[in-house]
Design a protein around this ligand. Structure first.
Ligand SMILES: Cc1cc2nc3c(=O)[nH]c(=O)nc-3n(C[C@H](O)[C@H](O)[C@H](O)COP(=O)(O)OP(=O)(O)OC[C@H]3O[C@@H](n4cnc5c(N)ncnc54)[C@H](O)[C@@H]3O)c2cc1C
Length: 427
């Protein structure tokens, strides 16, 4: 194990941490590198083929039952305490930040589905998903659309301010009621993580475009007639988490599959609101960023112990020591804060069900930890010199992964605008 905790972990927490770290080191990281090194011409075909490293990892994850850990007991999951969830996400992200996201979005449809307490959906999806040990079920989360990127996030802030939504491009994926079914049409952007591999999506839909972006959430099985999945796109980083678009042409779902009702954007409903969903994703993104930052720091430390310049290892040069210490300090502060935030967010959403976690604190964790991951990966790559720029070095992959994180789940700028809004309204 690469680092010693200053926080006292219980025996169970230590066991889990060691177990997941081993899984990350022996299973996740090698598969992640295999995917990252696939030739561009073969990547779209190979990355989600059933015998790909992606599915090898996903099957192992489900076989070990890790997917059930973060799901609250009231929904049939194990309901692990937030600190344990944080430990899991950090360790997995140490092995691969892309897989930590794939495991995160996998949870979305089941959380959406279980929140609706619809018996048909529970039988057809929630229970089989929980019992799955072969990765027969795999989820993704569809929010952004070709014309509806940052706007979905900024619409949240606007609603919380009580302002009109008219200046934003409304979400174009719509759901129209027809008897006892909802009919869904529209396109989600090419950036939907894990969509090319997924069997179900937690989908944000617009019920009435004329009224702006106020929407609802539903669960859509991706084998229904009228669903088309785009191929995995080629991208800068996190190639181990394939992304692609989702197209819906008059796709019919039973009425009970719409599980987050109209207006679920607004906190006054007393339900899981969009800002609360963002609190959950923010704490996951923060933990994932800590794991990535730690991987980059440890990789730099290892290299600086070995690489000799000026007649001695790099670690014996004062400037290098200072840099390493600054990187270490960032990783440690990011972990301390993101753990606290995840504990708070989990308590309010999955234990007390108040749905009132502090938006600004969760956003601060996401923005801070993503920035730390990028800065630490950047500093680490610099310490590697030219070797760090080559395809064979792990550090250049970590750097690319950290770079895309600054955009994933909302750009750091737009998340900061959101956090600033909450600060000014409520501090
Ligand atoms: C690795 C990765 C994984 C992703 N996974 C998912 C997923 O699973 N599901 C999903 O739905 N989406 C996903 N996304 C999409 C992601 O949420 C969006 O890319 C993000 O919200 C930004 O939207 P956009 O790309 O359309 O950029 P735009 O909204 O077009 O923004 C472009 C630039 O303009 C800035 N900007 C925009 N509006 C404003 C404003 N009002 N004021 C000031 N600046 C502004 C932004 O900060 C940015 O720099 C993923 C993206 C990435 C990179």
């Amino acid at each position: 194990m690469g680092y010693a905790e200053i926080e006292e972990l219980s025996e169970d927490e230590n066991l889990l941490k060691e177990e997941v770290h081993r899984f990350a080191e022996e299973v996740v990281r090698p598969a992640s590198l295999e995917i990252d090194r696939m030739p561009s011409s073969e990547y779209p075909r190979r990355v989600v083929a059933r015998d790909s490293p992606y599915w090898r990892v996903m099957r192992a994850w489900k076989r070990l039952g890790y997917h059930r850990g973060p799901v609250p007991q009231v929904f049939g999951g194990e309901g692990l305490p937030a600190r344990m969830v944080h430990l899991m996400v950090e360790e997995v992200a140490w092995g691969s930040s892309g897989f930590s996201i794939a495991f995160g979005v996998d949870l979305f449809p089941v959380l959406f589905a279980a929140s609706g307490f619809d018996e048909e959906l529970n039988q057809n999806f929630v229970r089989p998903w929980l019992e799955d040990d072969q990765a027969r079920y795999h989820g993704c989360w569809g929010v952004t659309e070709p014309e509806h990127g940052s706007d979905w996030l900024l619409a949240c802030d606007t609603i919380l301010e009580g302002e009109e939504l008219s200046r934003f491009t409304p979400g174009q994926v719509r759901a129209v009621k027809d008897g006892r079914e909802w009919v869904i049409s529209g396109t989600k952007s090419s950036w939907i993580s894990s969509a090319p591999a997924a069997t179900h999506v937690a989908l944000h839909v617009n019920l009435d475009i004329a009224r702006g972006s106020v929407g609802a959430g539903c669960v859509v099985p991706l084998d229904l007639p009228g669903v088309r999945k785009g191929p995995p796109i080629l991208k800068l980083g996190q190639r181990d988490c394939p992304q692609g678009e989702l197209v819906f042409e008059d796709v019919r779902i039973p009425e009970g599959y719409r599980t987050l009702p109209e207006g679920s954007l607004h906190p006054s409903t007393g339900l899981m609101t969009l800002p609360q969903i963002l609190c959950i994703t923010s704490s996951w993104m923060a933990a994932s960023s800590v794991g990535l930052a730690r991987a980059a720091f440890e990789e730099a430390l290892r290299y600086c112990r070995e690489r000799v310049q000026g007649g001695k290892p790099l670690v014996k040069h004062q400037l290098v020591r200072k840099k390493l210490f600054e990187m270490f300090t960032r990783v440690e502060t990011a972990r301390s804060y993101s753990r606290r935030v995840m504990e708070h967010v989990w308590r309010e959403n999955f234990e007390r069900f108040t749905f009132r976690a502090s938006y600004r604190h969760a956003l601060a964790a996401q923005v801070y930890c993503k920035t730390v991951a990028y800065e630490v990966a950047d500093a680490a790559l610099q310490l590697f010199g030219a070797y760090g720029t080559t395809d064979e070095s792990l550090i250049q992959k970590l750097y690319r992964d950290a770079r895309v994180k600054l955009i994933e789940d909302g750009t750091t700028e737009v998340l900061s605008l959101e956090g600033g809004g909450d600060l000014i309204r409520n501090y």
